[in-house]
Design a protein around this ligand. Sequence first.
Ligand SMILES: *[C@@H]1O[C@H](CO)[C@@H](O)[C@H](O)[C@H]1NC(C)=O
Ligand SMILES: *[C@@H]1O[C@H](CO)[C@@H](O)[C@H](O)[C@H]1NC(C)=O
Ligand SMILES: *[C@@H]1O[C@H](CO)[C@@H](O)[C@H](O)[C@H]1NC(C)=O
Length: 517
Amino acid sequence: MVQPKTLLISFLFLSLLVFIESKHDNHEVKEEEEEIVLKRSMFPNDFIFGVATSAYQVEGAYLEDGKGLSNWDVFTHVPGNTEGGENGDVADDHYHRYMEDIDKLEYLGVNAYRLSISWSRILPRGRFGDVNPKGVLFYNNIIDNMLLKGIEPFVTMHHFDIPQELEDRYGGWLDPQMQEDFVHFAKICFEKFGDRVKKWITINEPNIYTMFAFMEGTYPPMRCSIPFGNCSAGNSDLEPLIAAHNMLISHAKAVKLYRQQFQPTQGGSVGLAVNAFHFEPYTDDEFSYQAVERSYAFNFAWLFDPLIHGDYPPLMRKYVGNDLPKFSKQEKKLLKGSVDFLGVNHYTTFYAIDCLNSDECTLTENRPVKGFVGITSTRNGILIGDETGIPVFHVVSYGMEKLLNNLSIRYPNTSIYITENGYSPPNYKEGSEMLQDFKRIEYHKAYLVAVAKAMRKGAKVEGYFAWSFMDNYEWGQGYKVTFGLYYVDRNTMKRTPRLSARWYKDFIANTEKSSTY
Ligand SMILES: *[C@@H]1O[C@H](CO)[C@@H](O)[C@H](O)[C@H]1NC(C)=O
Ligand SMILES: *[C@@H]1O[C@H](CO)[C@@H](O)[C@H](O)[C@H]1NC(C)=O
Ligand SMILES: *[C@@H]1O[C@H](CO)[C@@H](O)[C@H](O)[C@H]1NC(C)=O
């Protein structure tokens, strides 16, 4: 175990080295390879620096004040479904501690906070029942108190949790009826909160959600088919595509409603958040470069292309054919240009392996729905980056820069918010040992430098949200995957700022002393 002091000295030493190198060696070094030390001044004054959470992961109070059951409440209560049987019944008890938490946001000095609304807290039975006034009151309290401290709400409407009733009635996102339910929910949100909420994210990560819920069957409603998994029902090749299709159309209909009925008076903007990875070619040949192209298409362009250009990426159509649902002419019109900004959740980079001409792929990778791309984090026995608490996530900060530059080529002049970016340590440890989180600081610094470099090359990035404000319920993986700038004691619920929280505060305030971290 390296003592913090030793680490501190070596960090100091390292940054000195970088400084000396860049002073004397600047003629040979190309701009891309130059070591850059992160500074607040690399970002515009009005740049958004925030932190993010989502409702189910932090709120708890799963049965309080008239809230209906969500799909996650039901799913996590079935033995065997989640790591250690853990659930979000209490989570971080944010429902009762939000005032304390807003004080902590103020301490951090963030100018924005990304939260999500629990659909079943507002509409316990979806459109088949009434609005729950106590649910509305809870979010009003949060929003009002944030605004009092000068913190802008970025509100996600749907972040993985839906009222269970919609699942029971018609199978949730697999059914087009969901479009009507989503628009109903969105309308309530605009009506109740839109006078104060000016940044909306309709849906979080349709690509990740549909993969786990309908391809691998590890999130509710646990549907899949062999060889992806052995669920009691489902079709892993088709259903993720159908569910995402319904999500996209739901988004577009909600945005149409917003633009017609609310935007003229409320003046806000709407986006959708996608989990976007970067991919590097596994080998230095044309097949691998094509695999990277397909990875981009099947990972984020699947969703961003329709929102910007009005239809799925041609590469997806080419490989998935008629299994990929089609938009009607009217739907295309509705979708095209239906976002004011792209929400980008970015964590890591993979190597992309071409499965069309290689036998290095698994059975599941070698399918049309995966674009015939295999992914790996290892090449020639060497990991692509340092390990994290999510086994397939590694620290690859240059991936952020390349991703953002590629996004701005594909979607020119489109505003981007990094709606999630963060680090969890590979080995969970209880208690104070976890407070000295140098690796998390290093991660955020390196990724922020990558954002700044991409912006210098023209990426229109307007904000950055660290995932996460505090440790929380990491879905099926429970509480031992910790992304928080704040450590949350599971027994007492006490929140303690990690070193990274102090660093982020100092960085945002531009009072960072380089020797401190
Ligand atoms: C799938 O699960 C069923 C029921 O648990 C079992 O009978 C069957 O052998 C499993 N199939 C495979 C291929 O694992
Ligand atoms: C886009 O991604 C590819 C594939 O990794 C990479 O080679 C390229 O440099 C990226 N483009 C930009 C402009 O960063
Ligand atoms: C880019 O977008 C802004 C507003 O979103 C607009 O004012 C500007 O004209 C656009 N620039 C180009 C080159 O399209």
